[in-house]
Write a protein that binds this ligand. Structure first.
Ligand code: DGJ
Length: 736
């Protein structure tokens, strides 16, 4: 039983409540800290003993003072430790479950207790606030500050911690999660993603059972090859596109991560997410700060679509580099030439770039290395000098030639890597990640450079910097990362080997920071042998990512669909290639649902195919703003039906574009029923036109194509997709 009185302190918006524990016990204060966004709240509470607890995460209440009653209405027994819903679970004291942090103190003791000391909040601007809560161990001079950065409009929270101590000597951090959440529901449904090369983002949904389910990676670089850190948790039942309570989460970290989902003995879900502590005990000196990367999450009570739109808009507004800016359409030469090109061939490709009508030519792998020329993937990585045979006049002359052709020029690099057959490897074997006393083991015939070493950081920075110094109008960089880390060992880290995985990623970010300080907006594509490294830690430095080397458009519909839950279309580099059996129209239509590019032999296109592509580039130009910045609605799920349908609607609900594809080519398959559109204004009238038609074909859509938003969203519209019309794009414009 408790009697509560409250006081809201202006800025920090926290509630002090006086709790009478029970007769005979002394009065003690609890402190409730609601962190609210437009629709949601995360509520922390320091109990009478100053244990900081998660008491709520979900749709916010209209009266914030009522959060205090939540505990009382759940009739749950004592949890033996008083720590089950800890906001940051320490280990070695009373804790009985998975900890968020564990430590070996300077005296060798392994117990930790963390108690609330103070908290504050700062409004960084109208939309963004930063809450901090300081926790201290009553016995050891050890503290953790929890950070909660809230984005009000987007309902997104980023959570991280800074760990610090003033013990007599170094301590060892054995676990150091970024966030420790706590959810209450009848059941929990996890949607996770797995994959491999050319099979990125394969979804799987399962009901969580008691115990711990872990999502993690130990690959070091190319960390998402088998698994990204993005996930969804649906509460009570699997959420659908427009219905259900759902939490989306992801770690902003480009290295090893670990996310534990522990369904505890009281049937609540504990989520502990952070860098992976695998092989990574971290030595922390007195006074030194250890900052964990942010873990981000959003919650929706309206299903997956709403959660996605919030995350996509947060990414464009705050995280993705230049998320509101422009992007360049391009022609890439990887699939058309591989390593086999010279100046003459590239000269022709520059002309083709112009002919196609795209903005930029992107020169891929194979342009460097002399003693060990990069003529295949066995040699040359690390030697970033133009190959004199292929490019006797160097990059500068290619950039000039591009300019003369009226197109921009971009270039591929893989600066974190080295082939053993390279000058770099011979000169700096100590820069290479490998065990001193074991045989080397390769991934794509290459090894990883030790980015924990500041000299290697300088080297990698200089690769980029010298390209821009040499060719200031260089307009684009594709940054690849094809190898994972085997035999993790850093000469530079000497006796601190267990810090390698953490320091590698920190080193990478230091380089990217420096690049962005000097070249703030030049487009950089985040590539990793396909989508082996796609995360918001990296995307704050990159303008776009390469989802997969699999560009078969049928496969891409699925891959792009699944990325779209977490990432906005402006970040997704989609190239038209010769993968797959679909016609050029299908391939192009699929690539248009993001950042359009081509990787085909333009000179070999049939006249009508070329004309189609040229017209498509022009059409894309008129639609790209709504695709990039509009709200995305997933209409028909290809995992469930014979079709995929998606649409993008601009913020004024005046223009929209709907993409429809047949994904099952069996006899008679078609869009048999109308598809209900979403996100339009029900009171407006809209004109629907099929666009991107192949030359000399007519739309099968009827003439009567003006409908109210109300009609389109309730009854729907049939784009008439069938085996003869496998891909249909419909432009939707309001009529005044
Ligand atoms: C892997 C990338 O995903 C491809 O697009 C291409 O750039 C190759 N690397 C080049 O080696």
């Amino acid at each position: 039983m408790s009697r509560i009185f409250k006081s809201i302190l202006s800025q920090s918006f926290f509630i002090l409540s006086l709790t009478v524990a029970s007769a005979g016990q002394s009065r003690a204060q609890t402190i409730t800290i609601p962190i609210e966004t437009a629709h949601n709240a995360v509520v922390l509470q320091a109990d009478e003993n100053k244990n900081l607890k998660n008491i709520f995460l979900g749709k916010k209440l209209s009266d914030a003072h009522e959060y205090d009653f939540i505990k009382g209405v759940y009739k749950q027994a004592e949890d033996y430790s008083g720590l089950l819903n800890s906001a940051y679970t320490p280990s070695g004291s009373r804790n009985l479950v998975e900890p968020a942090i564990s430590v070996i103190h300077a005296d060798g003791n392994m117990s930790l207790d963390l108690r609330y000391v103070s908290h504050k909040s700062i409004h960084l601007n109208d939309n963004v606030s930063l809450f901090t809560v300081l926790l201290k161990d009553p016995v050891y001079n050890f503290e953790v500050t929890l950070y909660y950065k809230s984005y009000y409009k987007e309902d997104v929270i980023e959570q991280w911690n800074v760990i610090k101590h003033h013990e007599k000597d170094n301590i060892t951090l054995q676990k150091f999660a970024s966030a420790n959440l706590y959810l209450k529901a009848q059941s929990y449904w996890l949607t996770q993603f797995h994959g491999d090369w050319a099979k990125e983002m394969q979804p799987e949904e399962s009901r969580l059972t008691h115990g711990i389910k872990t999502l993690d990676t130990k690959l070091g670089t190319r960390a998402n090859l088998f698994m990204p850190s993005v996930f969804m948790i649906s509460l009570d039942k699997p959420a659908s596109e427009d219905e259900g309570n759902i939490l989306y989460g992801a770690l902003e970290w480009s290295g090893n991560f670990k996310i534990d989902f522990e369904l505890d003995f009281q049937d609540n879900l504990r989520i502990i997410a952070g860098m992976n502590n695998y092989a990574s005990p971290y030595i922390l000196k007195p006074g030194e700060e250890f900052a964990t990367p942010p873990f981000l999450y959003t919650f929706s009570d309206k299903g997956k679509g709403d959660a996605s739109r919030k995350l996509q808009s947060w990414a464009r507004n705050y995280k993705l580099l230049d998320g509101k800016g422009n992007r360049l359409t391009l022609l890439n030469n990887w699939e058309s030439t591989f390593f086999d090109f010279n100046e003459k061939k590239l000269g022709e490709l520059l002309k083709d770039t112009k002919k196609l009508g795209v903005d930029l030519f992107l020169l891929d792998d194979g342009w460097f290395g002399n003693k060990n020329p990069r003529n295949d993937d066995h040699a040359g990585l690390g030697d970033w000098q133009e190959n004199r045979k292929k490019l006797p006049n160097g990059i500068t002359s290619l950039v000039k030639e591009a300019d003369a052709n009226g197109v921009k020029f971009g270039i591929w690099i893989e600066p974190e890597m080295v082939n053993p057959k390279s000058d770099l490897y011979t000169k700096h074997p100590d820069w290479v990640v490998k065990q001193p006393n074991r045989a080397e083991y390769y991934f794509r015939n290459q090894l990883v450079l030790d980015l924990s070493n500041p000299k290697v950081q300088d080297f990698v920075y200089d690769i980029v910097d010298s390209l821009f110094i040499k060719a200031p109008s260089l307009a684009y960089i594709k940054w690849d990362c094809n190898a994972v880390i085997y035999n993790a060992y850093s000469v530079h880290l000497k006796n601190n080997q267990s810090q390698f995985y953490v320091e590698y990623v920190r080193g990478l970010y230091k380089v990217l920071e420096r690049i962005r300080a000097k070249y703030p907006t030049v487009p950089l594509m985040l590539c990793s042998g396909g989508g082996g490294r796609v995360d918001y830690g990296a995307l704050q430095y990159f303008t776009e990512f390469w989802p997969s080397d699999n560009t078969d458009p049928l496969e891409r519909i699925f891959i792009q669909w699944d990325y779209s839950y977490f990432y906005p279309s402006i970040a997704s580099s989609n190239h038209v290639t010769d993968w797959g059996k679909q016609p050029i129209k299908f391939r192009t239509d699929v690539a248009m649902m993001g950042k359009l590019g081509f990787d085909i032999v333009v000179s070999e296109l049939k006249a009508n195919d070329l004309k189609f592509c040229q017209d498509a580039v022009k059409a894309y130009d008129t639609l790209k703003q709504v695709i990039w910045q509009g709200d995305q609605y997933r209409l028909v799920n290809p995992h469930e039906q014979n079709m995929a349908s998606l649409m993008y609607v601009d913020s004024t609900q005046s223009t929209a574009v709907m993409f429809n594809y047949l994904v099952n080519y069996r006899y008679g398959e078609s869009s048999k029923t109308p598809i209900q559109l979403k996100g339009l204004n029900k009171n407006k009238k809209y004109l629907l036109e099929e666009i991107n038609l192949y030359p000399d074909t007519k739309s099968a859509l009827k003439n009567e194509r003006i409908f109210s938003g109300d009609f389109l969203m309730n009854i729907g519209f049939n784009p008439e997709v069938n085996t003869n019309r496998t891909s249909v794009i419909v432009k939707i414009t309001d009529i005044k």
